[in-house]
Design a protein around this ligand. Structure first.
Ligand SMILES: Cc1ncc(COP(=O)(O)O)c(C=O)c1O
Length: 440
């Protein structure tokens, strides 16, 4: 298991997170339950913020809120004096509800809706990342109507191959995101944006993918973005003053993954900073304002999910299913990507694993699994199963499939646990249902 001060096995042999015994959390709040370790989240935000400030200077860390968005997360990001990236009107609304400063928000999206763009302009977001020509045209018109000029970045695709699942690679030639540098589409878009009276192009954005461990991929992407920036200086006399290199740092899910401490992530960032400085020197560019957008690495390992073990089905010679009270509706990542996780029994966390089992959910779907080949002590009905590293892309990808409840989330710190997402009720599930008169 991947332990730390705030995630450990206590004297009772129970899993403890943020000073809270997981069996007590399960009893108080019920299961399934998302649990988030506040110290871990703040620690990661701080290490990124301080590394940029200390080793680069002008920059901004943007928490990629798609990893886990709720008002409390924006409140923490605001207290830690970092910005946020949002990818929808809904994320932006959540940030606004939390009193997050709009000027520190960067909005992305390959197909932002006109109403989302309008909302972003009305909120006063600091940066919009242009991802298609029609969007640039719409944005220019909408800014004109408001008598304003909007700072924008252009999303470019530097064509760097990142070794990760194909669904989370974003800079391949056939990506739906950004404009290819190689094909000339990115340069053409610079020419499309620059004459627009109500848009101020500040620079470029790229994001090569997620759950990436090789520093070289990030550094290569930085180098390619700067080479492109230099070309744009030559071609249009345009000098970028902002470079946003996206997120994507990998985290530990199982022992097949590397495990980084906060200092290890600072090293990633130092490598990236080094590549930016070198690139600027090589191409004779002024050092731009540097942005990064980590999501998974901020919140992924901070989160765990607690379940109660229900049915156990041993199919001799085939496999043993340990079913829990959650499933693909709270964590669809196994179904989407075959993602691997580490699980343990929170109430017997000091026991050695003895068997490989498939942890199944409760949905009416054969593929509804949290994982296969999960190494556990023999589980019994009523045990509390903890799945680790579920803080990112679990709650944010959750659904009410089969009309199950999206689990609540609690934030833990120094032995105290508070709801940050309340439980749903049956009434919530039918809140938007309407039965037309003719069906009554
Ligand atoms: C544009 C952009 N920025 C940042 C992120 C965050 O990536 P990660 O959570 O891997 O750090 C993503 C994730 O897909 C993204 O698409």
């Amino acid at each position: 298991m991947n332990t730390r001060k705030t995630l450990c096995v206590n004297r009772e042999g129970h899993l403890e997170i943020g000073g809270c015994d997981c069996t007590a959390l399960a009893k108080t709040f019920g299961t399934p339950l998302y649990v988030f370790d506040e110290d871990y989240i703040r620690g990661m935000m701080k290490i990124y913020r301080d590394t940029i400030a200390g080793e680069y200077g002008d920059g901004l860390v943007l928490y990629a809120s798609k990893a886990f968005a709720c008002e409390a997360m924006y409140a923490i990001a605001k207290q830690e004096k970092i910005g946020a990236d949002v990818v929808s009107g809904g994320e932006l609304y959540t940030a606004m509800q939390a009193g997050f400063p709009a000027k520190d928000i960067c909005m992305h999206g390959n197909n932002k809706l006109p109403r989302e763009i309008d909302y972003a302009l009305d909120c006063g977001v600091g940066l919009l990342v242009v991802d298609n020509p029609a969007e640039a045209d719409y944005l220019d018109r909408a800014c004109g109507e408001r008598g304003m000029v909007q700072d924008v970045l252009l999303r470019i695709n530097p064509g760097v191959e990142a070794h990760t699942h194909k669904f989370v690679q974003t800079a391949t030639p056939d990506s739906k995101f950004g404009f290819s540098v190689q094909s000339g589409a990115a340069a053409e878009m610079v020419g499309h944006i620059l004459p627009k009276k109500h848009l101020r192009l500040r620079g470029f954005h790229c994001h090569i993918g997620s759950q990436i461990f090789e520093k070289q991929s990030f550094c290569l992407a930085a180098e390619k973005c700067l080479a492109f920036a230099a070309d744009m200086k030559k071609e249009y006399g345009f000098e970028a003053d902002t470079l946003n290199l996206g997120g994507g740092f990998g985290i530990w899910y199982t022992d097949e993954d590397e495990k980084f401490t906060a200092e290890g992530y600072a090293d990633y960032l130092r490598a990236l900073i080094g590549a930016v400085k070198e690139g600027c020197a090589k191409y004779g560019l002024k050092q731009p304002r540097l942005m990064i957008e980590p999501g998974r690495s901020v919140v992924g390992e901070a989160g765990i999910t607690l379940y109660t073990v229900g049915a156990i089905k041993d199919i001799p010679g085939i496999r043993k299913y340990v079913a829990v009270d959650g499933g693909m509706f709270d964590n669809p990542r196994f179904c989407l990507y075959g993602s691997k996780y580490t699980a343990l029994l929170a109430n017997r966390a000091d026991e050695r694993p003895t068997e490989l089992v498939s942890v199944a959910g409760k949905c009416c779907e054969s593929g509804d699994l949290i994982g296969v080949g999960m190494n556990l002590p023999e589980a019994h009905t009523g045990d509390i199963l903890a799945v680790l590293s579920t803080g990112a892309y679990n709650y944010s990808m959750a659904s009410n499939y089969n009309r199950n409840f999206i689990p609540p989330a609690v934030l833990v710190k120094d032995g105290k646990a508070d709801y940050i997402v309340k439980p749903q009720s049956y009434a919530d599930l039918v809140r938007n249902d309407v039965v037309p008169e003719r069906l009554k």
